[in-house]
Design a protein around this ligand. Structure first.
Ligand SMILES: CC(C)(COP(=O)(O)OP(=O)(O)OC[C@H]1O[C@@H](n2cnc3c(N)ncnc32)[C@H](O)[C@@H]1OP(=O)(O)O)[C@@H](O)C(=O)NCCC(=O)NCCS
Length: 181
């Protein structure tokens, strides 16, 4: 029985399962990305449009470049992916993050949980750094990164064109010191 001074245990509002994506998730992953496009929060257009592109995206993410989904009672609420970081020469040990949450489930802690899971996976995969890029007006993305240990590197001016308009992109990075050798 609780007493006036006892503290209730803090419980998550719901139980999420974070797991690797399968091709069966491809359409849901694309649906969630499309929402972000409609909300002017996606960094590029014409991505994950066809069923073939969607299946490719899932199949391309394995091993050091995972694609995780957060699921609740069989419904995919969000996803996070690591992709190779394309610079010359190709840099082993750096991966680029994308993270997208279903519009109806944003601001419920799903992003934070997926972020933690992908950071843990990145550490286990041996990456020493993650990088991310998102639209400069994306307050949610900037705040989520700030509270999960990312650092803002700077802003690329006029770095992506969406619906005919140029947008600035914020660059963020997350260091994994254990994997720096
Ligand atoms: C950015 C995004 C991934 C955050 O996911 P989320 O599940 O909504 O985030 P959480 O609920 O875990 O929130 C974590 C913290 O981020 C901050 N945050 C989240 N949404 C916010 C908003 N709209 N405005 C300001 N801060 C916000 C809050 O500090 C929040 O913690 P709090 O609720 O305890 O205050 C999600 O909003 C999203 O998918 N946006 C569209 C796609 C995108 O921008 N992706 C990032 C670029 S790749």
């Amino acid at each position: 029985m609780s007493t006036p001074n006892s503290v209730s245990p803090v419980r998550p509002r719901f139980q999420l399962q974070v797991r690797p994506a399968t091709t069966q998730d491809a359409a849901e992953i694309a649906r969630i990305y499309l929402q972000a496009t409609q909300d002017n929060l996606a960094t590029f257009e014409n991505f994950l449009v066809t069923a073939e592109q969607q299946a490719h995206w899932v199949n391309d993410h394995a091993g050091k470049y995972p694609l995780l989904v957060a699921e609740l009672s069989g419904r995919v609420l969000g996803w996070a992916a690591l992709s190779p970081y394309h610079v010359r020469p190709h840099m082993e040990g750096i991966a680029e993050l994308l993270i997208y949450i279903d519009r109806d489930y944003r601001r419920h802690g799903v992003g934070r949980e997926l972020m933690r899971a992908i950071q843990t996976t990145a550490r286990a995969c041996g990456h020493f750094k993650l990088i991310g890029r998102f639209l400069a007006h994306n307050d949610a993305g900037r705040t989520l990164c700030r509270m999960t240990g990312w650092r803002e590197v700077g802003i690329h001016l006029k770095h992506t064109k969406l619906e005919g308009r140029w947008h600035d992109l914020v660059v963020v990075e997350f260091l994994i010191p254990e994997n720096l050798s």
